[in-house]
Design a protein around this ligand. Sequence first.
Ligand code: ADP
Ligand code: ADP
Length: 234
Amino acid sequence: APIIELDDVRKTYLAGSLSVDALRGITLRVDEGDYLAVMGPSGSGKSTLMHILGCLDVPTSGTYLLSGEDVGSLGEARLAEIRNRRIGFVFQQFNLLPSMTAWRNVELPLMYAGVHRDERKERAVAALESVGLGNRVDHRPGELSGGQQQRVSVARALVTEPSLLLADEPTGNLDSASTEDILGLFDELHAQGRTIVVITHEHEVAARSARAMLIRDGELYAADPMDAATTHGV
Ligand code: ADP
Ligand code: ADP
């Protein structure tokens, strides 16, 4: 079943008299269980695409169906609810609260979703166990390695059981050992049937996905995960 269906999605930014066509007719389908990497050089439209996929922004024209629901027509309150419950975000900078323990960080999306306190802790701890951090639930981010911090943020992304895991440069802040650690975790999540979209400019990340696309000047092209980088010079 399709999780993401973009049909001729365009995004134009207006800045005074200047207009920038950041996305120029993107058509894309991502099915349940897909593991897609989107690559592209700086300025190609990656962030714009990620913001639209993540319901942080809406298309100027074209349609975006998320699990069949037309999100372009929704108001901000409903979009916020979709962001909180149906999409798990992973960012380059982890975005963990430094004064809070791992499980407190992970329970946050459940607080926003109005889940009861006892259930929150149980689910936060289970999410941390599922990313291999069952023995770090009471650690603060500063007491964890970069790879472990990113694992905490993956647990936070998954705790609401979203239909889509959306990762924006998830290894951009990690050394090669931690990058390998997170890519191994994504392999496991993919094997479990999670739907993953990774936006990245790192070839080794795209090479580990099941399917790669290239974005260039706001247009999307299919690519072989293994040679996306070399043949297109990204
Ligand atoms: P990437 O993430 O690949 O670097 P972006 O999606 O950030 O690309 O940008 C795509 C294009 O849209 C670029 O030309 C960029 O300058 C432009 N752009 C992005 N955000 C805005 C904005 N808020 N206002 C005007 N232009 C923008
Ligand atoms: P950037 O790529 O511009 O450095 P991030 O990747 O940290 O920024 O965040 C991308 C966008 O997602 C930003 O517009 C930010 O406001 C938003 N954002 C950051 N954290 C969250 C979150 N936990 N939930 C929803 N949106 C978020």
